[in-house]
Design a protein. Structure first.
Length: 206
């Protein structure tokens, strides 16, 4: 199956609209494509207390089990079903359960840092970077982390200033140079979405 599989990487800064863009692709194609998020692969940190886990720099490439993600992408390309990790953001740790992802002709891989990690970037045949202004991204992140992840305003802002912004400048923004396509406005960019739909349709029909 390997020579027929195309991996589409979708990256972008925190709350750039990347997740909305990917979600609409996933809803459009359903089980006809495979979808993997870099967020699934945060490292398991059972040896640390909750307080210690809150101090980890989660916006650095080393926070992820990148070797496992690379291995599982390659498994999908070989036509194998995988059981990927699940991450519990409220606990800053990997959950005990895993979830199934089946292979397909198109694998969509998404994550803030995927183009900054050569081993993952090199697996992506098509690279799309979702772009948005910094002030828009930070406001969206505050809302998401409070509503969906049970965080306080103080903790979200402290994390943004301590790690998110500097890591964006160090890793994420420079990785934009590897993109084949840069998409402003994320999931609100209907023209870009339609173009991706057409491309995936074409790949699935081959």
């Amino acid at each position: 199956m390997n020579n027929k599989v195309v991996v589409i990487g979708i990256a972008g800064g925190t709350n750039s609209g990347k997740s909305t863009f990917v979600r609409q692709i996933s809803e459009h194609f359903g089980d006809n494509i495979s979808l993997l998020s870099h967020d699934f692969y945060y490292k398991k940190r059972d040896e640390l207390s909750y307080e210690e886990r809150t101090k980890i720099n989660y916006d650095h490439p080393d926070a992820f089990d990148n070797d496992l993600m690379v291995a599982q992408i390659n498994d999908l390309k070989e036509g194998k079903t995988i059981m990927h990790p699940v991450y519990d953001f409220s606990q800053h740790n990997r959950a005990d359960r895993v979830e199934e992802t089946k292979p397909s002709k198109v694998i969509v891989v998404e994550g803030i840092l995927i183009f900054a990690i050569p081993e993952i970037r090199d697996l992506c045949d098509i690279k799309i970077f979702i772009d948005a202004p910094a002030d828009v991204r930070v406001l969206r992140r505050v809302k998401r982390d409070i509503v969906k992840r049970g965080r306080t305003v103080e903790s979200v802002m402290a994390q943004y200033l301590d790690t998110v912004r500097p890591m964006h400048e160090l890793f994420v923004e420079p990785s934009k140079v590897y993109a084949d396509v840069i998409v402003p406005q994320g999931g609100k960019n209907k023209i870009a979405l339609d173009m991706v739909y057409v491309k995936i349709d074409e790949l699935l029909k081959k």
